[in-house]
Design a protein around this ligand. Structure first.
Ligand code: G3H
Length: 474
């Protein structure tokens, strides 16, 4: 077992206490990360604030060079990081590599977008819009210290999708990885350390939620928070922080709506992928399927067949389903199944567990009185709701407390488009399952799914403010 140190105040430190990280796969201790204290947090913010004044004065090119040096170092650790990720969050190793490569692409695209759209000011000239005697120059300025908090399910992508734009535009960063995923967080910090990033520009704070969870949010030196994680914590952040920009990506209950005119085989494949990738532990996973009653039996049979072919097991093997992140996640998922069964739903297959693994579970005859109709399972469960009228579906889709994404499957694109326009959600996908990517798309949610926009250009925007200088003719 390794003790991992973390980057704070320009140094890799161990801290007086540590947190042991175990693998959700076999419960074996993988390593430890420092359990930082409130005192550490105070001084990290003081240093990050001081570092901001010099970091923002570097030229864009100088900051880009630091990010490129980081990228090089990061790539040279690809295997190590992917393997630790697979151990730490039990994501299939193939998906860990994909996440790594997606993140490299994300870094390149963010640099390109920054160069093209953020370095030069927007200029509003006299002869445009009939403005007389005025010329406005509108610059993008950094905000100060950005607090980036990432979730367990994307320890690389959703960490660097916050850190990279924040640093590029001239902010300094305090980064808090999820506890499960914090070894990966320390490795990100180490790669920055090796590239000799100036002192305190990035700080990776690891620690117990009970000790520093609220404390990192409350500090007065925080100028912006970008958070991805649970609804409760998101709401807590929103209630504790006013007058600073927040981007909150919280839960989702993305529904897939299947019209009666589809190619059932194709749609079943897409639903399976959308619902079960990383064992359903994605905010954009399909978490409810509305299917027209005329084709419901066929779709369910098709899904059942496909589920039979799924491989379940170790994240290091070529499998589809791996253990859930914790016993409490498994308990929650099972409580939703039990509630549905008690209220009349039918388990078609699955509902078997082994340690942290939940076998992919297909549930038919789900009704809106059941908890699983509106609660986010974050587990490999596909609840099926049979419907007669699309207006009924639209009503219930829009009644959901979440509003991240949704998908419509139909061979009639015009019809799908009309329905999409009536659905109240961040994004509606036609004939594909929901997803955040490609990363150049804006990504946002409404209601309990959060607010603020992510995606390359929007992440950069969210971490800057506009500063105008207006020349007036005298
Ligand atoms: O879990 C939340 C992520 O933002 C989902 O991202 O759609 O790329 O899986 P994804």
């Amino acid at each position: 077992m390794n003790d991992y140190n973390t980057l704070i105040k320009g140094k890799m430190v161990y801290g007086e206490n540590k947190i042991i990280i175990k693998s959700p796969f076999n419960n074996i201790e993988i390593g430890s990360v420092p359990a930082l204290t409130k005192k550490d947090i105070d001084s990290v913010y003081d240093y990050a604030k001081k570092a901001f004044y010099s970091w923002k004065e570097l030229s864009p090119q100088e900051r880009i060079e630091y990010i490129n040096k980081f990228k090089k170092e990061f790539i040279s650790n690809r295997d190590l990081i992917a393997r630790i990720m697979a151990l730490e969050i039990a994501k299939p190793i193939k998906a860990c590599y994909s996440e790594f490569d997606r993140t490299i692409e994300y870094i390149d695209q963010t640099i390109e977008c920054y160069k093209k759209e953020f370095i030069n000011p927007d200029i509003v000239k006299e002869n445009i819009h009939g403005i007389k005697g005025k010329e406005g120059y509108f610059f993008r300025e950094p905000l100060g210290v950005v607090l980036a908090i990432s979730p367990f399910n994307y320890p690389l992508n959703l960490s660097l999708a916050k850190i990279i734009p924040a640093l590029l535009v001239g902010n300094t960063v305090v980064f808090k990885p999820a506890t499960q995923g914090s070894i990966v967080g320390t490795l990100i910090g180490k790669c920055f350390f090796k590239t000799k990033l100036p002192h305190s520009v990035l700080n990776v704070v690891t620690g117990k939620g009970s000790e520093i969870g609220d404390y990192i949010i409350e500090n007065n030196n925080v100028n912006m928070i970008s958070f991805t994680g649970g609804v409760d914590v998101g709401k807590k952040i929103a209630s504790k922080k006013s007058m600073i920009p927040l981007v909150l990506e919280l839960g989702g209950k993305d529904a897939g709506i299947v019209l009666e005119d589809v190619d059932i085989k194709e749609v079943a494949k897409e639903i399976l992928k959308g619902a079960l990738d990383y064992s359903g532990q994605r905010c954009t996973a399909i978490k409810l399927v509305y299917v027209h009653e005329k084709i419901a039996d066929k779709l369910i049979n098709q899904l059942k067949e496909l589920i039979k072919g799924l491989k379940i097991g170790s994240p290091f093997d070529d499998v589809d389903i791996t253990p859930l992140i914790s016993q409490s996640s498994l308990k929650w998922a099972k409580s939703l199944i039990d509630d549905a069964v008690k209220k009349g739903a039918k388990v078609v297959c699955g509902n078997i567990s082994d340690e942290n693994i939940l076998f992919p579970t297909l549930i038919d005859k789900v009704k809106h009185s059941m908890l699983i109709f509106d609660e986010e399972q974050f587990a490999p469960i596909i609840p099926i709701v049979r419907y007669k009228e699309i207006d009924w579906v639209i009503k219930y889709f829009n009644n959901s407390k979440f509003g991240l994404q949704g998908s419509i499957f139909s061979n009639d694109e015009d019809k799908a488009w009309e329905i999409a326009k009536k659905l109240n959600s961040g994004t509606i996908n036609i004939n594909k399952s929901s997803s955040r990517g490609p990363d150049i798309f804006p990504f946002s949610g409404i209601k309990d799914s959060g607010f603020g926009v992510q995606g390359i250009k929007w992440a950069l925007e969210s971490m800057t403010r506009i500063k105008g200088i207006v020349k007036n003719k005298i």
